[in-house]
Design a protein around this ligand. Structure first.
Ligand code: ADE
Ligand code: ZN
Length: 324
């Protein structure tokens, strides 16, 4: 089964590239950039990854990414991830990035885009992977800042497959970003949003109704609202579910309690993803394997999950056809 899951051609749709920063690379980049880390060793970094909730993780996530300064750093970050994903049987990846978190540290958007774009081209050429790019807005920062970043990204609009919404969810409903997402829609840029990870089901409704998203990232709390579940099923709205993330951020207590089987029984369109693999105990294959151990799903079920991701990915028709 392990071999089957590894060989199964998988697509990853929910991956924060800054969350793929492994401690080894964190140390290498800190040294390259003359940055002092608050840790003595790689083991000490890993030992610090005990989270109480989303916010306690985000604090370390934003701290960790401070080692990213040059386009080469962003290139190395993304390339490191693409290589690992490729080795796990991932054939298509959609990477999200958080431009505001870097702009706030004085790293220009052009620097971020140059590094990430170069890595995407190299992965496409050398690893035969396809990739997509999602520019995410930080929902715990003001909406007008997100709007400025969207306008600032004008030279790169063509390179964006979607815009997204992430960071601390509770108290920052999708409605706050209505105008920003309306502007993205006018520009013809597709939209996705984290909703229903820690936040209530009403945030999922808002993301659909006010932001016109085509996918919901996480969405696991939809189960608290049966009418919403019915709507997600009827409208075939994909959920990008990240089981190991949900365990590590205590959205659920244990993988055995994860709502994935219930979401599946409800007939929802599900995909399995890693979210922040360096922080949550592994990449997309580790998430597939964890589900196999916890739920004992058949090969057929995993093949459907992998197929779902390919069907709802930001892919052109010929590549989608090739991956089917
Ligand atoms: N940014 C990185 N990972 C995230 C998550 N799981 N939820 C919200 N924002 C994030
Ligand atoms: Zn996420």
């Amino acid at each position: 089964m392990q071999d089957f899951l590894k060989r199964l051609p998988k697509a990853e749709l929910h991956l924060h590239i800054e969350g793929s920063l492994e401690p080894e690379l964190m140390f290498a980049l800190a040294e390259r950039n003359g940055i002092e880390l608050p840790y003595a060793s790689v083991d000490e970094v890993r030992a610090a990854y005990e989270f109480e909730d989303l916010q306690s993780f985000l604090n370390l996530y934003y701290q960790g990414m401070a080692v990213l300064r040059s386009a080469d750093d962003f290139f190395d970050l993304a390339m490191d991830y693409f290589r690992r994903a490729h080795a796990e049987g991932v054939v298509h990846v959609e990477i999200s990035f958080d431009p505001q978190a870097h702009l706030a540290r004085g790293i220009e958007l052009g620097v971020q885009m140059e590094g990430l774009s170069r890595a995407r081209r190299q992965a496409e050429r050398e690893l035969d992977m396809s990739t997509a790019l999602i520019m995410s807005f930080l929902r715990d920062r003001p909406a007008d800042e997100a709007m400025r970043v969207l306008e600032q990204a004008a030279p790169y609009w063509e390179m964006l497959d979607a815009v997204g919404l992430d960071s601390a969810e509770c108290g920052h409903p999708p409605s706050k970003f209505r105008e920003v997402f309306a502007r993205a829609m006018t520009l013809g840029i597709p939209r996705v949003a984290h909703a229903g990870e820690e936040g209530p089901p009403s945030y999922i409704r808002e993301a659909l109704d006010l932001l016109d998203v085509c996918r919901i990232d996480h969405g696991v709390r939809c189960l608290e609202d049966s009418a919403l579940v019915e709507r997600l099923r009827e409208e075939r709205i994909p959920l990008t579910v990240c089981p190991l993330s949900n365990v590590r951020l205590k959205v659920v207590e244990h993988i055995d309690d994860h709502p994935l089987p219930k979401l599946m029984d409800a007939g929802l369109l599900l995909t399995l993803n890693s979210d922040d693999p360096a922080y949550f105990g592994g990449g997309v294959l580790a998430n597939y394997l964890a589900c196999q151990r916890a739920f004992g799903w058949s090969k057929e079920t995993f093949a459907i999950l992998a197929r779902n991701a390919i069907e709802v990915a930001f892919l052109d028709d010929s590549r989608r056809q090739a991956l089917r």
